[in-house]
Design a protein around this ligand. Structure first.
Ligand code: NAD
Ligand code: WQD
Length: 352
């Protein structure tokens, strides 16, 4: 019998790619999303990302529900009315800058929202969870590569990062409280790129904070130039270095996690990095984008962005050993797919 997966935040960037992967591998999927960062067009029943996911998979979701994790009764009802085997929890607010201005909203949404979800899960005896964590929990690290055994939370630079760390603390304590729980906390590095069809991708509803969507919006003519935040870092070319991971590698990592989480091996709390293990500088990203796509990216080097760190990249061995997963796509693939999505959909999911 196919398992049923509840996916929170499944209309978003990472969620939509993972839902597609799950449908293509014969899982039943129920999505809940409050649409704070997803587009639902007039007269449509579902967010546009999920309409396209169903088309690509040639398969329907079991259910789509618009609703909010902050609403305990709504979440309780989902579990009361549906058989759910595993929860994959993407729903969160994720803008670092906004989190500094609105810490209470971030803690309420990301931490309290997760606690609501966990309470409903416990009530219905659903004890398998895959959580979207982030490399941000490592803060400003003293050693690289970042390995899962390093301390977390101590040097987080913003409320968003701390909210992810706090959820990990809650999850660890929950697993200690009862041996029934199996929790994988997948610490993503920098997800970029789009599905190979170019039909789903990253569609920020505000000015992009992240590098790749900014680059594609410059390439498509929406913005005149990219501002590179800092050219004086202690890196080979002076610009910041990150471990970018192709979104299709990331969704494949979630598939492996789903396949494994029901085995006894995964009882308790397990943090796992999902990264490539290789860092690229901002200038390397730009030059790969230009050569992969034949598009020029005008840029200007400006001051460093507050809170940014010099360099981050993963030790990706644990995911390989435990999940049999490894990233296979390189920066060229990431840039080519990001541009395919943006050039096919210059306004993202909106029609005008
Ligand atoms: P996203 O904003 O595209 O997707 C999140 C989805 O969750 C959105 O569709 C939003 O409408 C929904 N949502 C938010 N709060 C909700 C709530 N209270 N109830 C119901 N739905 C809610 O973001 P993403 O890039 O797809 O990120 C997915 C997850 O991965 C997040 O938890 C994020 O923190 C984490 N993550 C993202 C990155 C990244 O760079 N994209 C890196 C590391 C970790
Ligand atoms: C990458 C590099 C910037 C934009 C953030 C969050 C992290 C995680 C992933 C969720 C850096 C530079 C960027 C621009 C630039 N999210 N840059 N000009 O900061 O590594 O991580 O997203 O968990 O928590 O902090 O990603 O894409 O913003 O930046 O020069 O317009 O690009 O300085 O070196 P970051 P990013």
């Amino acid at each position: 019998m196919s398992k049923t997966i509840l996916v929170t935040g499944g209309a978003g960037y990472v969620g939509s790619h993972c839902v597609l992967e799950f449908l293509q591998h014969n899982y039943n999927v129920i999505v809940v999303d409050n649409l704070v960062n997803a587009v639902k067009l007039e007269n449509q029943e579902m967010p546009e990302s999920l309409i396209r996911v169903e088309r690509l998979a040639n398969k329907k979701l079991e259910k789509y529900l618009t609703g909010d994790l902050k609403d305990q009764q709504f979440i309780d009802e989902i579990f009361a009315n549906n058989h759910i085997d595993i929860v994959v929890h993407f729903a969160a607010l994720k803008s670092v800058g906004e989190s500094v201005a609105k810490p209470l909203e971030y803690y309420e949404n990301n931490v309290s929202g997760t606690i609501n979800l966990l309470k409903s899960m416990r009530k219905s005896k659903v004890t398998k969870l895959i959580f979207s964590s982030s490399a941000t929990v490592y803060g400003d690290p003293e050693v690289l590569p970042l390995v899962e055994t390093l301390p977390t939370g101590q040097t987080c630079t913003n409320p968003y990062g701390r909210s992810k760390h706090m959820v990990e603390v809650v999850l660890k304590d929950l697993c200690k409280s009862s041996p029934e729980w199996s929790v994988m906390s997948l610490r993503y590095f920098n997800p970029v790129g789009a599905h190979s069809s170019g039909d789903i991708g990253e569609d920020p509803q505000e000015i992009p904070n992240n590098l790749m969507p900014f680059v594609t919006q410059v390439a498509v003519g929406m913005r005149p130039e990219l501002k590179i935040f800092g050219g004086d870092y202690n890196t080979p070319d002076g610009t910041g270095v990150r471990d970018y991971i192709h979104i299709e590698d990331l969704s494949n990592g979630h598939l492996k996690a789903l396949e494994q989480i029901t085995t006894e091996l995964w009882k308790d709390f397990h943090p796992i990095n999902l990264g490539t293990g290789r860092g690229y500088s901002v200038l390397e990203v730009i030059s790969t984008f230009e050569s992969a796509n034949g598009v020029k990216i005008p840029y200007k080097i400006v001051d460093r962005r507050p809170g940014d760190v010099t360099e981050l990249y993963a030790d990706a061995k644990l995911a390989n050993e435990k999940l049999g997963w490894t990233a296979t796509r390189d920066m060229y693939d990431m840039c080519a797919s990001a541009w395919k999505w943006q050039s096919k959909n210059p306004k993202g999911y909106k029609r005008d």
